[in-house]
Design a protein around this ligand. Sequence first.
Ligand code: BTN
Length: 263
Amino acid sequence: MSVPSPRPLPDEIAEALSSVASRLGSIGREVIWYPEISSTSDVAASLAEAGAGEGLLVIADMQTAGRGRLGRTWISPPGAGIYTSIVFRPSPGAARLLTLAAGVAIAEGIASATGLEPELKWPNDVHCQGRKLAGILAERGADHIVLGFGVNVQQATYPPEVRGRATSLELELGRSVDRALVLAECLAALAARYRDLNEGRDGAVMAAWRTRAAAMLGRRVEWDVAGASQRGLVERVDNDGALLVRTENGLVRVISGEVRWIH
Ligand code: BTN
């Protein structure tokens, strides 16, 4: 894509980022802001392919073609959420658990900024009371990963297929939320968890992930493999981030995709 010209960063975002600057590591070395863009991940990927350095941060007030995992749309109305993507150039070791670490970090950032303690649903959906609050999309290029995340800050009008499964910070907390502060705390937490990966503290990342995903253990889940659905009981997550599910045919290792709760 040809990358549109960015606009000046709004004051409240510039101030929030500068208040956490000492905790951001490489994240936000360069920051690009758009009032409206197709997808922050598309812009970040184009710039990464053109040589942008690690930490390039693309933020938008709204997206017209926000993308989720598994080919889904990410509803991105103006001012209602956080829509941001970051270019990482991780070592193979840090790349392995980057998406799980990002899930932990977004949950931690939300907790620091608002006091809400979100849960994680494998692989990295951020939930509150069983409804989705934030999502992460990691897309790998030849020599980089673009990590995009979206957080529902204000309740939006979601399409019928996600309406019952989505929530927002303001709905959960029953008050208005400082979007710039949530963004800044999520980025600071992401930098801290990325540092853990780079310094070999994978165990700490996995322990934090397991604590926040404890509600998944023992749950009955269903998932699709080559058009057929499989079912089983969640046993645990292994050290590579795969989900281990006990089925009638033994223990199955689920490495990608999505699982659905069976009630
Ligand atoms: C998911 O399906 O859970 C992942 C959602 C990721 C949405 C974010 S919003 C910022 C970035 N740009 C996109 O188009 N998608 C990601």
